[in-house]
Design a protein around this ligand. Sequence first.
Ligand SMILES: C[S@@+](CC[C@H](N)C(=O)[O-])C[C@H]1O[C@@H](n2cnc3c(N)ncnc32)[C@H](O)[C@@H]1O
Length: 243
Amino acid sequence: MSKQRTGVLYGVGVGPGDPQLLTLKAVQVLEQVEVVFAASSPKNGYSLALNTAEKYIPDTTRIVKLPFPMTKDAQVLKQAWQENAALLREVLEQGQDAAFITIGDPLTYSTYGYLMETLVQQGCSAEVVTVPGVTAYHAAAAKLNRPLVESEESLVVVSGVGEPEEIRRLSAFSNNIVIMKAYRQFDQIVETVESLPIPCTMSAVSEIGLPGERVSQDAADLKGEKVPYLTLCIVKRQKDQEE
Ligand SMILES: C[S@@+](CC[C@H](N)C(=O)[O-])C[C@H]1O[C@@H](n2cnc3c(N)ncnc32)[C@H](O)[C@@H]1O
């Protein structure tokens, strides 16, 4: 008896929220797979990735929401990855192709990496194909009509959930800093950038491509406000200081 074929896992980036920012390749994969898995909130089942990609998924395709808790508790996270990876593995081992959709790019601050790792730990040997997506910071730079990097410049991408003082250290050697997940310590991040010895501009963009989209050329305008989870900042050192 021949061994059943294992399905292919596609990790698909669906862009930051505007359904027009999916790539042709992402749409093609969503049209062809048998099952679409989407990370969702364990509280209310909401999935931004699914909302973004929904119109490209045929009615006949099975959709499975995978609850991923927003917590730092390593044990809780590990358990969620293991349970969700097991659901994916089951489908792949039945010979079905599946897509795991993520917001932005799947390899940039995404649960997809942990999921792939867990699948390997669980002994899953399925072929994995990653389809890159437009990152939120590329969409933000486009909204601002501002280059991210030019000429000999450098760019670092950091998580705003870390220590805000880290931004001071990074600003000493990078011309541009993208701060993802800026929501949690927004005011401290703005204050850190304001206190840098090198003058910088700092813009903030929230909910790009979504009904609540907000673009602030000067992030300081939002100080004191509760900014949404989908907020990122772009810090740029002033050019004349570098020459
Ligand atoms: C878990 S990360 C996901 C990043 C995503 N994989 C990417 O490639 O852009 C979540 C963070 O991405 C940023 N983000 C994602 N979508 C966004 C949007 N539509 N508008 C603004 N920021 C967004 C925010 O900084 C948010 O806190």
